[in-house]
Design a protein around this ligand. Structure first.
Ligand SMILES: [Fe+2]
Length: 217
């Protein structure tokens, strides 16, 4: 049974810039993942800075806009630094433009710090970046199980790669408390793939979808 303290309560926005950010990301298909990343970052650090909260709720937003880096899920490495850095950097740039357009609500926001955190969200780092990466992992396991299932169903990758993605999102965590919190989430994420064990790559190849380069999560 999950202890309530192991969950991440929803955290209402406490600033105008956060309210606007939540509205901005709402059309994104993975908006819930971004909102939950913010909840998890506050769960890990109740005193999380505005920059950290805002980075969490926007960190993947470049995927809402065409023209970003692509990744082959069937053959790529989940820790591919070229793809992951390009993704983080592009999100930071997109968010920087959005903050500029919302300058009237950005008083006191440390824009360079926001950019640093978003750019580092896949890797972790100093002063909050590890927390953001951990929160991203926890939210990924919690909210994107169906997305990972869809990769297998459409043949974008095999079930081994899908399981490896979930495992990678746990293994990369550098915050001990988050590693502990990830245990039940990983178990559930892995179980969500169990009924797909019989999906053969040949089925996907027959549908013409296997090996297609897609933008990843
Ligand atoms: Fe993410």
């Amino acid at each position: 049974m999950t202890d309530i303290s192991d969950e991440a309560p929803r955290v209402d926005p406490s600033t105008e810039i956060e309210r606007r950010a939540i509205g901005w990301i709402a059309p994104f298909s993975q908006a819930l993942h971004l909102e939950r990343a913010r909840d998890w970052v506050v769960r890990l650090d109740p005193d999380a800075s505005l920059e950290l909260r805002l980075a969490a709720v926007t960190h993947d937003i470049e995927r809402m806009f065409p023209g970003g880096p692509v990744f082959n899920r069937a053959t790529g490495r989940w820790d591919d630094p070229d793809y992951l850095y390009a993704h983080g950097r592009r999100s930071a740039e997109v968010v920087g433009v959005w903050v500029h357009e919302n300058s009237d609500a950005a008083d006191g926001l440390a824009r360079a710090e926001l950019r640093r955190l978003i750019t580092l969200h896949e890797f972790g780092g100093l002063e909050g970046a590890d927390l953001l990466q951990a929160a991203d992992s926890l939210s990924f396991l919690e909210t994107l199980q169906d997305v990972v299932r869809s990769w297998v169903i459409t043949g974008e990758c095999g079930i081994g790669q899908a399981r490896a993605k979930h495992q990678y999102m746990v293994d990369r965590i550098r915050v001990p408390e988050a590693s502990r919190l990830a245990v039940p989430l990983l178990k559930a994420a892995m179980a969500s793939l169990d009924d797909l064990e019989s999906v053969e790559p040949d089925d996907a190849i027959a549908s013409g979808l296997a090996g297609t380069s897609r933008r990843t999560s």
